[in-house]
Design a protein around this ligand. Structure first.
Ligand code: NHR
Ligand code: GAR
Length: 220
């Protein structure tokens, strides 16, 4: 069975949804470890409570991004994972790190890329007045938030949404699509062709664009 290492920086709800999916047998991987760059990340407690090994590599203890990333590579490679999963990981990674894990480094980003790369995506989506927002799972490349897209989920932006309401609607979809993408990787379904992702076998009738019923997303 393939193994994964999950990188977090905070709350860890995407990590938790992955751990749930692994525990239920829906995603056939072994979670070798959870790493955080923040010692106080809530997700570390969740992982430890489930007996998943945890490590902290505090970026503030390193003089440069290169030194921090080298320490991360050393900690990750000790577990020899097949896949490294960024789940709310908040540090931009050096080209050296990204190239070391080429084709086996995934991220979930809280927007429909290529719209809204970078930070504060929900606030920016509200400012632009977009009617559709969502999340994207992609392979990580050196160009920030521009790697090959694996799966996306769309949600409506509703009148009266604030940042929290929109973030919560997107997060519910993140918790659906990230386990799906990791399952596809684990089953060997993902192929990179000309810088784009092809999914070999689509199981369970799931689509590469996950779109919840608008009615289900309405408040009240
Ligand atoms: N690294 C590379 N090279 N390529 C990507 O596509 C990456 C990456 C590292 C992280 C996640 C990404 C996201 O999904 C990700 C993708 C952090 C920042 C950021 O500006 C931007 C994008 C993402 C993650 N971080 C600040 C920094 O200086 C710190 C912000 C903080 O600590 O709160 O690293 O959004
Ligand atoms: C998620 O919405 C994730 O997409 C986003 O942060 C949240 C983390 O939540 N990621 C980024 O913004 C990466 N820069 P979680 O810790 O509960 O999974």
């Amino acid at each position: 069975m393939k193994s994964i290492v999950i990188l977090i920086s905070g709350r860890g709800s995407n990590m938790e949804s992955l751990l749930d999916a692994v525990a239920s047998g829906a995603v056939p991987v072994r979670v070798a470890a959870v790493l955080s760059n923040r010692p106080d990340a809530k997700g570390l407690d969740i992982a430890a409570a489930r007996d998943v090994p945890t490590r902290v590599i505090d970026h503030k203890q390193y003089a440069s991004r290169e030194a921090f990333d080298a320490a991360m590579v050393e900690a990750i490679d000790a577990f020899a994972p097949d896949l490294v999963v960024l789940a709310g990981f908040m540090r931009i990674l050096t080209d050296g790190f990204v190239c070391h894990y080429e084709g086996r480094l995934m991220n979930i980003h809280p927007s429909l890329l290529p719209s809204f790369p970078g930070l504060h995506t929900h606030q920016r989506a509200l400012e632009e007045g977009v009617r559709i927002h969502g999340c994207t799972v992609h392979f990580v490349t050196p160009a920030l938030d521009h790697g090959p897209i694996i799966v996306q989920a769309a949600v409506p932006v509703l009148d009266g949404d604030d940042e929290d309401a929109l973030a919560a609607r997107v997060l519910a979809q993140e918790h659906r699509v990230y386990p799906l993408a990791v399952r596809w990787f684990a089953e060997g379904c993902l192929r990179l062709i000309g810088g784009r992702v092809a999914v070999d076998a689509e199981q369970g009738g799931e689509s590469l664009l996950i779109s919840p019923a608008v009615g289900a997303a309405r408040p009240g």
